[in-house]
Design a protein around this ligand. Structure first.
Ligand SMILES: NC(=O)c1ccc[n+]([C@@H]2O[C@H](COP(=O)([O-])OP(=O)(O)OC[C@H]3O[C@@H](n4cnc5c(N)ncnc54)[C@H](O)[C@@H]3O)[C@@H](O)[C@H]2O)c1
Length: 271
């Protein structure tokens, strides 16, 4: 169902690793809606090569950038404006990585070098991206920047580990930069807090298989799939949501406002 609601818009989409990636689905939907965009990912992720398939399907170019490198981001912003022929209207930040999670470190025994990498790649990268766009005056008025987050920023989900701290910081950067960019150029910045989703990053979290089932039972509408998340991102990039900024928007089938569901209570049986 395409309505051309992104016709004439130019974007940058970070984080499409493979077909499961949320960013991959966003790129397909943005293409359907008439947008032109540049795809970016860490140079190391390019080795898999799958992003080139997505570039071919969507008629996009790929510009590698390590999202923790200001130099790479500056280059990406400049190249994107050149390739797309003008200033940018939307950006998707769909980036997450925790060496502590990867190496199975318990939260209470975090490796602090890893911890800093988690913050840098998963959260400060949003600040660096926005700062690069800001100093190069690369965003049009009413441009929309969306970063993906998870409810562990507000509530404890023990196995989410230091990614929870990174998501809290990501959401705070969204509010702070959203203020400054709104004043400067009417640019909006929001996070979408997505249900657990079976992707490479999602499945890296310990106990993911059990957890996604729990979340399904705790959400009145069920878990939101990646394709629905892509639809929400497209709505946020469009002109139909122009006065939404500095928000954390839950896209989770109602999970965030649910104390308990009948299905979950029934699992505990009668005393
Ligand atoms: N999958 C879930 O359950 C879930 C739920 C809520 C939010 N999210 C968030 O959605 C976003 C996308 O994740 P996904 O689930 O699609 O998984 P994914 O593994 O497909 O995407 C994560 C991306 O981050 C990229 N990345 C890692 N380090 C990078 C770096 N240094 N520079 C640039 N890119 C780098 C990876 O290459 C990958 O493309 C992440 O922010 C994640 O935390 C995921």
């Amino acid at each position: 169902m395409a309505n051309n609601i992104l016709q004439g818009k130019r974007g940058i989409i970070f984080g499409a690793l493979n077909e499961q990636s949320i960013a991959w689905k966003v790129a397909l939907r943005a293409h359907e809606e008439g947008a032109k965009f540049v795809l970016s990912n860490a140079p190391i992720a390019m080795r898999m090569g799958e992003i080139n398939d997505l570039a071919a399907i969507t008629g996009s170019q790929v510009v590698p950038a390590d999202a923790s490198s200001v130099e790479d981001l500056d280059n990406l912003v400049e190249q994107s404006m050149e390739i797309l022929g003008g200033k940018i209207d939307f950006v998707l930040h769909s980036i997450g990585m925790s060496p502590n999670v990867r190496k199975g470190k318990h939260y209470t025994e975090s490796d602090y070098k890893f911890y800093q990498q988690t913050m840098d790649v998963s959260a400060i990268s949003l600040h660096k991206t926005l700062a690069s766009l800001y100093k190069k005056e690369a965003l049009n008025e009413w441009a929309s920047v969306v970063a993906l987050t998870y409810i562990a920023a507000q509530r404890i989900f023990p196995d989410y580990n230091d990614m929870a701290d990174a998501k809290s910081l990501l959401e705070s950067i969204t509010r702070s930069f959203g203020y400054h960019y709104g004043i400067k150029n009417k640019v909006r910045v929001n996070t979408i807090s997505q249900s657990p989703t079976p992707t490479t990053a999602g499945q890296g979290v310990k106990g993911f298989a059990e957890f996604i089932n729990f979340s399904e039972q705790m959400s009145p509408l069920g878990n939101a799939p990646a394709t629905a998340c892509a639809d929400y991102c497209i709505a946020m990039f469009s002109d139909l949501t122009r006065y939404v900024t500095m928000q954390n928007l839950f896209h989770d089938g109602g999970f965030s406002n649910t104390g308990v569901t009948r299905n979950v209570i029934d699992m505990f049986g009668e005393k």
